[in-house]
Design a protein around this ligand. Structure first.
Ligand code: NAD
Length: 543
């Protein structure tokens, strides 16, 4: 199974193309956007055991920035199909686990090259149109990050297999990194095509078979990635593609005795609910299921009064508003010293005034629409709450969902550090600022550390090294990904392994060897070459 041939070189990150005017990639993506926009709605099936089916209820993929436009109609797997997907994963398991790991690896390395090459523009256009990402946001997600996940995870698998114990004379020890006993259930979010691709493939690289439930609002791009896996030669049943209702998944695949691992990214509430269900039914399972979840965030930027205001403002604007604030790592609360606030405020408002929000096919736009009607209602309810509260002032921000789900970049000034929008995840383009007195930095830091239940990402801005060191130590448990003089978004696979603690998840660091270790169950094998021939030990002999 692990037949050791160690030849995968250390990967390098997929280069980000510029799409600057006149570049060949710009012409190619424009043509592909036009083609996908004009095409008749795609029919997306479920794929179970290699068989595509368009039976059952249907869902629709729409452009968030033009919600009347239907991109695809997809089949929704019901409970019966979810049970069939589990059986298909179980049936495919023995042959997949027995395949030499290099043969498995080749499939994912090929998928990465197909994605970065001939499929790049198709995938980026699907992510732009279906999830309302700008050109740059799609490129760093559905092309670069996803190719990186595939290549780096294969490399990490190799590092795991290489790791062998010591042996003594006349015997030999081996560690066999077997896949988990059972199947893995992968449930992915809408906001990164790369995460959609990573959640099922990371366990599959380690020899597991998978039931993959993508988010309903990302089915368009996620199915395209599934087609890449098929073209790369993924055997039937290894990953079963089942868009479905979350509650149906929780009542079927999650409750199957063979469920050996749950690979999740999404909201804290859903993951907590899954954890509770698994705990309540723990006697059901053949093994203790591995629950790996990267969940919500309330990511901070903390400015010291020595911070460079220009750098701080760029980090706040990019960190809070790129991809409409719908990154789990998006800056959504900032602590600014009173001495800097007048200039930060002036520069922030000037930058925000320049931001264009609209259809992502117009490359002048910095922001597209939020993902759907539900998100629009939830985000705008926070803005309305702040507008009506005596404890906050909305400095800018408006919204309109008549054509697309557009929310303008919103800046809220909170009078207290535990104001609702300073502590709850909003998952939209809303940044709340709390201005602290320079002489009361300690109290502001303590609030930054403890006021919100999350601990995903955070950034500090300061100049002097002792101040940086102080902030780094004071906030050591407030973020799993910590940035110094940079925005808290934009983690790169292989460079900044991603994940956080507290209510932000199990901190198993997607895009690192730590995550890949969760998908194997090692067997230690000791072989003695010269077996003892007597029961008695030498010390027992007669003197
Ligand atoms: P979500 O929790 O609404 O959905 C995630 C997935 O769970 C979807 O596929 C959804 O259909 C499914 N689901 C919903 N109810 C379910 C249930 N009862 N049982 C099983 N599955 C169920 O999240 P989302 O809106 O897609 O994504 C946004 C959230 O994801 C935010 O909270 C964000 O912070 C988080 N996120 C975290 C990270 C990270 O690395 N920490 C990365 C991306 C997104």
């Amino acid at each position: 199974m692990n037949n050791a041939i160690f030849k995968v070189p250390q990967p390098v990150n997929e280069p980000v193309l510029s799409y600057a005017p006149g570049s060949p990639e710009r012409a190619a993506i424009k043509a592909e956007l036009e083609r996908q926009s004009k095409a008749a709605p795609l029919k997306i099936p479920t794929v179970i055991g290699g068989k595509a089916s368009f039976d059952g209820q249907k869902g629709y993929c729409r452009m968030p920035h033009d919600h009347a436009h239907v991109l695809a109609e997809y089949a929704i797997a019901g409970k019966e199909q979810l049970v069939a997907a589990v059986e298909a994963a179980e049936a495919a398991k023995p042959a997949w686990a027995a395949l030499p790991w290099t043969q498995r690896a080749a499939i994912f390395l090929k998928a990465a090259d197909l994605l970065a090459g001939p499929w790049r523009h198709r995938m980026n256009a699907a992510t732009m149109l279906g999830q309302s990402k700008t050109m740059f946001q799609a490129e760093i997600d559905s092309a670069c990050e996803l190719a990186d996940f595939l290549r780096f995870n294969v490399y990490f698998a190799q590092e795991i297999y290489k790791n062998q114990p010591e042996s003594s004379p006349a015997m030999w020890n081996r560690l066999e990194h077997r896949p988990l006993s059972g199947f893995v259930l992968a449930v992915s979010p809408f906001n990164f095509t790369a995460i959609g691709g990573n959640l099922p493939t990371a366990p599959a690289i380690m020899g597991n078979t998978v039931v993959w439930k993508p988010a309903s609002t990302a089915v368009f791009s996620n199915y395209m990635f599934y087609q890449i896996l098929e073209e790369a030669g993924l055997p039937a049943g290894v990953i079963n593609f089942v868009p479905s209702r979350g509650t149906d998944v929780s009542e079927t695949a999650l409750m199957d005795r063979r469920m050996a691992g749950f690979h999740f990214t999404g909201s804290t509430d859903v993951f907590s609910d899954v954890w509770r269900k698994v705990g309540e039914n723990i006697k059901l399972y053949e093994n203790y299921p591995r629950l790996v979840g990267e969940t919500g965030g309330k990511d901070f930027v903390f400015a010291h009064n020595s911070a460079n205001v220009d750098h701080l403002v760029v980090a706040l604007v990019r960190g809070a508003y790129e991809y409409q604030g719908q990154k789990c790592s998006a800056a959504s609360r900032a602590y600014i010293p009173e001495s800097l606030w007048p200039s930060v405020k002036e520069k922030m408002l000037a930058e925000i005034a320049k931001i264009k929000v609209g259809d992502v096919r117009d490359f002048r736009n910095f922001m597209g629409a939020v993902i759907d009607d539900k998100a629009f209602k939830s985000i705008t309810s926070y803005i309305d709450y702040a507008k009506s509260s005596p404890d906050a002032e909305v400095l800018c921000g408006s919204y309109d969902d008549s054509k697309g789900y557009f929310v303008q970049p919103t800046l809220i000034l909170a009078a207290k550090p535990d104001f609702k929008t300073m502590v709850e995840e909003i998952f939209g383009p809303v940044l709340t600022v709390y201005v602290y007195k320079d002489s009361e930095m300690e109290a502001a830091l303590e609030s930054c550390r403890t006021a919100s239940p999350y601990a995903l990402t955070g950034a500090v801005f300061a100049k002097e090294r002792p101040d940086i060191e102080y902030l780094e130590a004071a906030l050591c448990d407030a973020a799993g990904n910590f940035y110094i003089n940079d925005k808290p978004t934009g983690a790169v696979v292989g460079q900044q392994p991603f994940g956080g603690g507290r209510a932000s998840g199990t901190n198993d660091k997607a895009g690192s060897i730590l995550n890949m270790l969760r998908w194997c169950s090692p067997r230690t094998i000791k072989e003695t070459f010269v077996s003892p021939a007597a029961v008695e030990y030498p010390f027992m002999a007669q003197e």
